[in-house]
Design a protein around this ligand. Sequence first.
Ligand code: CMC
Length: 431
Amino acid sequence: MANKKFELIDAASGKKSDLPVRSGTIGPDVVDIGALNKDHGVFTFDPGFMATASTESKITYIDGDAGVLLYRGYPIDQLAAKSSFLEVSYLLLNGDLPDAKQLAEFQHNIQRHTMINESLLRMFNGFRYDAHPMAMVSGIVASMSAFYHDSMDIYNPRHREIFAHRIIAKIPTIAAAAYKNALGQPFIYPRNDLGYCANLLHMFYAVPCEPYHVDPLAAEALDLLLILHADHEQNASTSTVRLAGSTGANPYAAISSGVAALWGPAHGGANEAVLDMLEEIGTVDNIPKFIAQVKDKTSNVRLMGFGHRVYKNFDPRAKIIRDMCHKVLARMGRADNPLLELAQRLEEIALSDDYFISRKLYPNVDFYSGIIYSALGIPRSMFTVMFAIARTAGWVSHWQEMISDPHMKIGRPRQLYTGPVKRDYVEIGKR
Ligand code: CMC
């Protein structure tokens, strides 16, 4: 492709420069502004990264206007229909779908790493009985760096691989321990003869005093949710993992910072907030009053599970989740679930309202996911933890991609300073 340039003219000085334009395989071009400060003495200003590509990546592509999501080139609907979470994790990490031998090996590696050190397990006792599981998960993940000194050289590819397997394998165990801790029930050890999601359900719901049988539909629904949440290019938590990791911090610290960023209601915390919202609305009759509140900018009320920074069309994940939602509820004999009915009516009303139409606000991945989690018996406070389990695959893949790049730089944005200019210190008695 011809070398594209972006001509920039400083109106004050008349100084011109040709900024290089880089093209990806698909998606908009980016203007490389690296030389802007050197040539013109200015920075760009883009709070919230509204128009900034923070990095180059080969992992995930989103076309927000068309509602397209590709993992390593594969459409999300094909992966949702045909793949499994572990296969998707392999794909995200390694770039291509595994063959049968590679997949079996990967599954074996994950299954062999499911247990966590007993000292880590005892740390859960240090949390207050009502600690939010996300607080426990981020704390325990950060603490893992104190346990795995054998594989912490981030510049050693084999160490990075062991780390990737460990964290993907252990994050369900950590999540289950947080859940059991909150319930006051004994921790249930992982079963390596079960699949990833069946084992997760087993660790959540089994108790030592009676046998537990995993419902295959519950495992299937969970696997689908994990596939859909596994990666989403440079979202807030992934960017946080990259930024923390760019300092050379150990990978457990980087992933823990991602867990913390995910917790917010504008990001992964939205699935919990959607159910709070639906319960608060209560009945279909109250929807108009609630929508009026959402439209009133002074209320600070948002329609949770709606809107997305990148999607200005249906979030492709939301459609897949809505179908699964019906399947799960029908199978569980709860097809007439009042929350689902309320959510559907709310969606219909919002999608025909000019406020949402004009702002291109559509249901996102989290509008329906909480309803499925509830149907599977997962408590609300665990919803964002479920998201974290899935997104761990994406976080690790992005961290790997960044660390293995020989041109990696520490992430260090600049600012527009609007504080006081230089002034002299005034003695306390003279202020
Ligand atoms: N309800 C009501 N108004 C909204 C909503 C919403 N959910 N989302 C955006 N808007 C309005 C917003 O008030 C603004 O209006 P105006 O132009 O009049 O000021 C306009 O739409 C643009 O919103 P924005 O806040 O500038 O958009 P953003 O790209 O910064 O925010 C978002 C994206 C996801 C944070 C936002 O849509 C939101 O808060 N949604 C609700 C929370 C949610 O569901 N989050 C999960 C996102 S998907 C999963 C994930 O990525 O973790």
